[in-house]
Design a protein around this ligand. Structure first.
Ligand code: PAF
Length: 281
C-alpha cells in the first residue's frame, strides 16, 4: 500500500491506474478507523480495481467549540486496517496541503437539507464536509465513492452535491456496522468511559422501539418519536439533542411514517455527542 502526502503524488498514481483502464474507488475518512470504515474499504476493493482511502482530520467541518483538538488519531493503526482490507493507496495530507494560505472557496448546499438535524447545532459543519469532499473528488477523480450510512444526512448532502455539480462519481452508501449491543461504530465511541459505553446502547434501543411501533401500525411520527425520546430520557447519562423522523432523501421532517422515512437521532452520553439512524422499510 502506498502512502501519499501530497496532491501531486495522488494524481500521479491515479493517472497510472486510469491509463491501464482501471476503475478507482475512494473511501474518505478522518482516521481512527473502525470496522465501519473497514467495510467501506472492502466494498470499494470488491467493486473497483484500485482503492484509495483518505485519512484527513478536516478542520473546516469542526466549529470552535467542537472536538477537533481532542479527536483520536493513530495513523499507523489506520494504515494496518486499510491494508488488511484491500486499500491500495492512502492519502494523508497535511492541513496546509489541503488548505494553503489564502484558501477562500467553500461549497455549500443552498437548501433546507443541511439546516436540519445536525445542521441545527452544527451550522457550518456540512459546508466543511462538502468543501473537503469536493476537493477529494477533484484530487482522486474516483469512479465510485463510499460513505457510511451512519452519517445519513452527510450521505444525502454529498449525493445532492454530486448531482447538482455534475460530478462524474457514483456516491455509494454502506450499511451501519454495529457493536454487539447495537451501538453504531464511531471513532467518537472511544471517548466513552465504561459506564457511558453501557448507557450508549440506549440510542439503538430507541431506534428499535421506533421500528417496532411503526411495524405495529403506528405511523404518527410525532407520537412514535415521543415514545423514543421518553425511552432515552430514562437513561440518566443521556441528554437528547434531537430525535426526528425525516424523509430519507430530503432530510425534511415527516408527519406520517412510511418506507421513505428515517429515524435520526443525536444524543449526548456524558460529554460525547453520538448520532445514529434507522431507515424504515
Ligand atoms: O464522515 C467523515 O468521516 C467525514 O465527514 C468525511 C466524509 C471524511 C469528510 O471529512
Amino acid at each position: 500500500m502506498i502512502i501519499a502526502e501530497t496532491i501531486n503524488e495522488v494524481r500521479k498514481y491515479v493517472k497510472e491506474q486510469k491509463m491501464m483502464g482501471h476503475t478507482v474507488g475512494l473511501c474518505p475518512t478522518m482516521g481512527y478507523l473502525h470496522a465501519g470504515h473497514a467495510s467501506l474499504v472492502r466494498e470499494s476493493a470488491k467493486r473497483c480495481d484500485y482503492t484509495v482511502a483518505s485519512v484527513f482530520l478536516n478542520p473546516t467541518q469542526f466549529a470552535q467549540n467542537e472536538d477537533l483538538a481532542g479527536y483520536p488519531r493513530d495513523f499507523e493503526r489506520d494504515c494496518r486496517i486499510l491494508e488488511e482490507n484491500g486499500c491500495d493507496l492512502v492519502f494523508h495530507p497535511s492541513v496546509e496541503e489541503m488548505y494553503p494560505e489564502g484558501f477562500a472557496t467553500y461549497v455549500e448546499i443552498q437548501s433546507e437539507m443541511p439546516r436540519q438535524l445536525c445542521g441545527k447545532t452544527r451550522p457550518t459543519h456540512f459546508r466543511g464536509v462538502c468543501t473537503v469532499v469536493n476537493k477529494l473528488f477533484n484530487i482522486v477523480t474516483p469512479d465510485m465513492a463510499f460513505f457510511g450510512e451512519k452519517d445519513a444526512q452527510q450521505l444525502a448532502i454529498v449525493k445532492q452535491m454530486a448531482r447538482d455539480l455534475s460530478m462524474d462519481v457514483e456516491v455509494i452508501g454502506c450499511p451501519i456496522v454495529r457493536e454487539e449491543d447495537g451501538l453504531a461504530m464511531s471513532s467518537r465511541n472511544t471517548y466513552l468511559n465504561p459506564e457511558e459505553r453501557k448507557a450508549s446502547g440506549i440510542l439503538s434501543d430507541a431506534l428499535e422501539l421506533g421500528k417496532k411501533l411503526y411495524n405495529d401500525g403506528n405511523d404518527d411520527a410525532e407520537a412514535v418519536t415521543k415514545a423514543m425520546s421518553e425511552l432515552i430520557e430514562q437513561e440518566p447519562l443521556a441528554r437528547i439533542d434531537y430525535v426526528s423522523a425525516v424523509n430519507a432523501f430530503t432530510m425534511m421532517p415527516v408527519e406520517k411514517l412510511s418506507s421513505d422515512a428515517l429515524f435520526a437521532l443525536a444524543v449526548y452520553i456524558g460529554k460525547t455527542r453520538l448520532i445514529d439512524n434507522l431507515r424504515l422499510s
